[in-house]
Design a protein around this ligand. Structure first.
Ligand code: ADP
Ligand code: KDG
Length: 310
């Protein structure tokens, strides 16, 4: 059985080096918060399964082949709808704009049957994000069913809020995500997403954290180059970011989650889970692409300040 199962939409990603309106070199890869986490875990040697739906097209095959090539077990269904796309356009030095082409995509057809297949062998951890429930009514139902299944099976649920303003408003996101977060064991958010994980947002972030700790074992707040903090009933653990020259911020949060979950699976103390999360975040920002620069286990101690693996 896999140690971690994650369910979501993986997209073909196009990274433009300049202005697309006048044509510019573009590089093709795959992206998706859940599959980024899966690749990060697989590179560290963990058994991980990604479940999702892909189109019967070249991009769908690229997704399946890439994930399998990275050692991720796939439980993918192929349908006639097109595989969705995400387009990243660089706005130097590090600002990046994102466009989606994912309405009615194959990935958004995720449904209950995909969850049953994904959870057939119960993992230790189920990882979900607040992106999937925004994709379609059936994808939302799938996320809810996955949490139901996990609680029947005694599987820990990790939820990364991952608010995407291109998909829905903050009010819509809160109405859907807060009830999901209320059933998660581990909640991960950036500073500005914490208010989406609780029904009644408060100006004091501590109130939201305390509410979540009523049921969750930990709440993790990611703070970009300021590092991250973990809150538990026993107290708080802060870690600094790992100093590195950052060239592409996309994927840092997913890398952090992969590192954190890897530490958890290895039975490390909380502070070391956080340090592994921060280290993977540094690998992610030091390289172009969502997941391409993520380390193998033997690379973990080898990142220098220029972002090179020595
Ligand atoms: P997200 O991508 O979800 O917005 P963050 O930007 O907070 O997430 O990044 C997640 C983690 O990655 C941070 O907590 C930090 O440890 C690491 N990280 C992010 N940006 C940098 C950076 N510029 N330098 C080093 N580490 C970084
Ligand atoms: O977390 C990085 C993601 O933004 C990217 O991989 C695409 O999952 C994605 C999304 O829906 O934004």
């Amino acid at each position: 059985a896999p140690e971690v199962v994650t369910i979501g939409e993986t997209l073909a990603s196009l990274r433009a080096s300049g202005d697309l309106r006048v044509a510019t070199p573009v590089s093709l890869s795959i992206a998706g918060a859940e599959s980024n986490v899966a690749i990060g875990l697989a590179r560290l040697g963990h058994a991980v399964r990604w479940a999702g739906v892909v189109g019967d097209d070249a991009f769908g095959r690229l997704i399946t082949r890439t994930l399998r090539g990275e050692g991720v077990q796939t439980s993918s269904r192929t349908i006639a709808s097109p595989t969705g796309m995400i387009v990243f356009t660089a706005r130097p030095p590090t600002a990046i704009t994102v466009d989606y082409h994912r309405r009615a995509s194959a990935g958004s057809a995720l449904d209950l049957a995909d969850v049953e297949a994904a959870m057939a062998d119960p993992p230790r951890i189920l990882h979900l994000t607040g992106i999937t429930p925004a994709l379609s009514p059936s994808a939302l139902a799938a996320v809810r069913a996955a949490i139901d299944r996990a609680s029947e099976q005694g599987v820990q649920v990790c939820l990364d809020v991952n608010y995407r303003s291109r998909l829905w408003s903050r009010a819509e996101a809160r109405a859907t995500i807060a009830p999901l977060a209320a059933r998660a064991d581990l909640i991960i958010a950036s500073d500005d997403e914490l208010g989406l994980a609780v029904d009644v947002p408060s100006t004091d972030p501590r109130t939201g954290i305390d509410t979540l700790l009523g049921h969750a074992t930990a709440v993790i707040v990611k703070r970009g180059s300021h590092g991250a903090a973990a809150y538990t009933r026993a107290g708080e653990v802060q870690v600094d970011a790992v100093a590195v020259s950052a060239i592409d911020p996309v994927g840092a949060g997913d890398a952090f989650v992969a590192g954190f979950l890897s530490g958890t699976l290895d039975g490390l103390p909380l502070v070391e889970c956080m340090q592994r999360g921060a280290l993977l975040g540094a690998f992610a920002v030091a390289s172009i692409g969502d997941w391409e620069g993520l380390p193998l286990r033997t690379d973990l101690g080898r990142l220098d300040e220029e972002g090179v693996i020595r």
